[in-house]
Write a protein of this length. Structure first.
Length: 77
């Protein structure tokens, strides 16, 4: 489904766990020259629409990292 939507999908030959998946994804992004990396779990707990808000905060404030929390609420700094 992700590939059909235009996403780049990086795969392992077998399940190596979440830690290896994150490391492989970050390594791939660095090697390919990506400027921004988003990490969302695949369990549906994160709203994909929030990526737009996070990217705007990253671009507008000239910061190195932006973290979202589903626990703090939308008005938290």
């Amino acid at each position: 489904e992700a590939e059909r939507a235009g996403a780049v999908v990086v795969r392992h030959p077998f399940n190596l766990g979440i830690g290896a998946a994150v490391q492989t994804g970050l390594r791939f992004a660095c090697e390919e020259g990506y400027d921004v990396v988003f990490r969302l779990d695949g369990d549906g707990q994160h709203a994909q629409a929030d990526l737009v808000v996070l990217l705007a905060a990253l671009r507008n404030n000239q910061v190195d990292a932006v973290f979202g929390s589903r626990f703090l609420g939308i008005t938290s700094p």
